[in-house]
Design a binder for this molecule. Structure first.
Ligand code: HEM
Length: 290
């Protein structure tokens, strides 16, 4: 059982030409197993989540009913990216599992849309958003340790509530960066192998081995994305995560959900009310808009 498909080039060298397509099923089944194990665990074994909650009533009272979470620009990026990602997955893998159609043109068009949207996202996130909000910080790592200890029944203080993104979302984002950028960088080069509107076709840009390895990396990133996207859709639909998913449509989350899961000191919310420092409140988590 070989994980790659090989071919012999005119010079008699054995060259990998792409991944073995049964890996599509391995990725889909792995994704499905993960969902089933997680859903069973949450349904029958998980304890209610506990957080250290230190909000003063003054801080809580200053949180608006609708807490802004995603700007219109960020939401538009997200849905363009989602549409192109699904188009890429379906156009790439349906023909491999028996639904034949002329997929390559749709695929590179969707790939170009994804590439442009990711370039836009990198600029937007670096210069117009809080760049560090999606990377694990010291509190995340400390709390991960606490959560593991509590999971195995050892005594540990409850973790703090999350900043804008829970640690698991941050780790997921890292995995998507690895798989997404691998598929994009290889995909852009692979466009030289087919006819597109961007540059003349040039299959001699690299030697056979480099092309082969590029197709392999593209395929591996692609099947990795099958499992990752399955997990993403599953979590997006789970009842306890639905408030986060809805905020990707409406742009806001409710005050109750925010106070339950997010720490105003770690993810400050813009508020127009006057500061309440004189009352000894923990106000460092709040910023005044304007
Ligand atoms: C979700 C992301 C993606 C997935 C799952 C995916 C999957 C695939 C797969 C499985 C193939 C067939 C490779 C082979 O025959 O070994 C392929 C080919 C290709 N992909 Fe992607 N891809 C993705 C993203 C992209 C992107 C972002 C681009 C362009 C920027 C792109 C451009 C191409 C091109 C040009 C081919 C070559 C077609 C050919 O040589 O016939 N792909 N892709």
């Amino acid at each position: 059982m070989d994980l790659l498909e090989w071919a012999r080039n005119p010079w008699g060298q054995n060259i990998p030409i792409h991944i073995a397509w049964f890996l599509i099923w391995v990725a889909a089944i792995a994704g499905l197993l993960f969902l089933m194990v997680h859903a069973t665990y949450i349904r029958y074994f998980a304890k209610a989540r506990a957080f250290a909650n230190t909000d003063s009533p003054v801080v809580a009272a200053r949180i608006p009913e609708h807490v802004p979470r995603h700007s219109l620009t960020a939401r538009m990026f997200r849905w363009v990216m989602a549409a192109s990602m699904f188009t890429l997955l379906f156009t790439a893998f349906l023909p491999k599992v028996g639904f034949q159609f002329d997929w390559v043109t749709y695929h590179w068009i969707a790939g170009s849309v994804l590439t442009v949207s990711i370039l836009f996202h990198i600029i937007h996130a670096s210069f117009f958003m809080d760049f560090w909000s999606i990377w694990p910080d010291r509190i995340d790592l400390r709390d991960a340790g606490r959560r593991i200890l509590r999971f195995v029944g050892k005594p540990a203080p409850p973790p703090d509530r999350f900043a804008k993104y829970p640690l698991e979302n941050k780790l997921y984002h890292g995995a998507i960066i690895a798989a997404g950028l691998s598929s994009i960088v290889t995909g852009v080069f692979m466009m030289f192998r087919v006819r597109t509107i961007f540059f003349p076709r040039n299959p001699y840009l690299f030697n056979d081995m480099t092309w082969g390895l590029m197709y392999v990396l593209h395929g591996l990133a692609g099947v990795g994305l099958i499992s990752l996207i399955m997990a993403h859709v599953y979590f997006g639909l789970r009842p306890e995560k639905r408030a986060i998913t809805k905020s990707m449509i409406s742009g806001w989350m409710s005050r109750d959900f925010y106070l339950k899961e997010h720490d105003p000191a770690r993810w400050p919310v813009e508020t127009s009310a006057p500061p309440a420092r004189s009352q000894g409140a923990r106000t460092e988590g709040l910023t005044d808009a304007g």
